[in-house]
Write a protein that binds this ligand. Sequence first.
Ligand code: NAD
Length: 320
Amino acid sequence: MLLLTSKQLEELLKPELLIDEIGKAFAMFSEGKTVMPPRTVMWIENNWWGVMQAYVPNYGVGIKVVNVIPTNIERGLPTIQALVTLFDPTTGSPLAVLEGGILTALRTGAASGVSAKYMAPKAKGAIAIIGTGFQARYQLRFVSKVFETSNIRIYDLRREAMESFKKYAEDLGFNVTICNSPQEAVKGARIVIEATTTKEPVIFGEALEPPVHVISIGAHMPQARALNDEVIKRAEVIVVDSKEAVMKETGDIRFPVEKGILKLDQVAELGEVVAGKKPGRIGDGITVFKSVGLAIQDACAAGLAYRLAKEKGIGIEIEL
Ligand SMILES: NC(=O)c1ccc[n+]([C@@H]2O[C@H](COP(=O)([O-])OP(=O)(O)OC[C@H]3O[C@@H](n4cnc5c(N)ncnc54)[C@H](O)[C@@H]3O)[C@@H](O)[C@H]2O)c1
């Protein structure tokens, strides 16, 4: 069996390739070709834990144990930690154990990249990022591969998070503007990325200046929301990773549907957009991609990393 570390995963899973492969996995998911029972959610000491399992043809069976511990910031530990196990679908043999924190950040960046590929406006402009923690770095690296810009506008509740992100992005060659509010950050942005641990809206539809594509990866709990009603009301196209999952797992879609602001049949899945069955962008308005994260993304990224690691002789072989 192969053990793959976070460093090795970073080396193997390059943005362009992973965006393509994750797009294929989303298309298979929306066509019903994958197996993915709803994830099991546990609340342990007030923190969210998930067990996520899926089979994706050509990639394998992946099972992830993941937790989100927001107070870990004070301990100097990552908010999200995880382990992924990959199995051979035919023999059932365990193939690999992979560090899951980086794998999660990479596959989440890739999903946002897929959404930007199909939904970003043609017009040039800045990328705004609200919430400049760990995921934000991967969101920037992946989304900027499909939407070229040199200008990044950021906002976070924590000054130190903004300073450290600014340095990271400047080292990558971007110009970074620190803003005083999320409303200021989204001004003139053609892509807005929300990557916070908020439970209350941080993206306000009134402040968006179309054409703009909004990507929201936070607020993945049924009572939490990152987008206010106005974002949903003004959006021309709303795309999610899974209709079933977003209705269960985020207030961002659940509340507007319950209030009658949004009908679920107006919402498309990313896989349907990739397969060309539903449009990602139809005009110069506001588009939204909301994700809560799917096990098919982990299985796809793990299967791809395993295949590439075997080809390149990367990873630590262990005998169980
Ligand atoms: N959709 C997915 O597939 C997926 C995958 C991984 C993580 N996530 C989610 O992404 C979010 C970010 O994760 P992370 O690992 O980057 O966490 P993190 O703790 O490293 O970063 C979160 C940042 O958000 C900031 N923040 C919190 N509330 C805010 C507010 N109201 N306004 C502005 N900034 C605010 C924090 O100060 C922090 O810097 C979490 O909610 C996580 O669960 C989603």
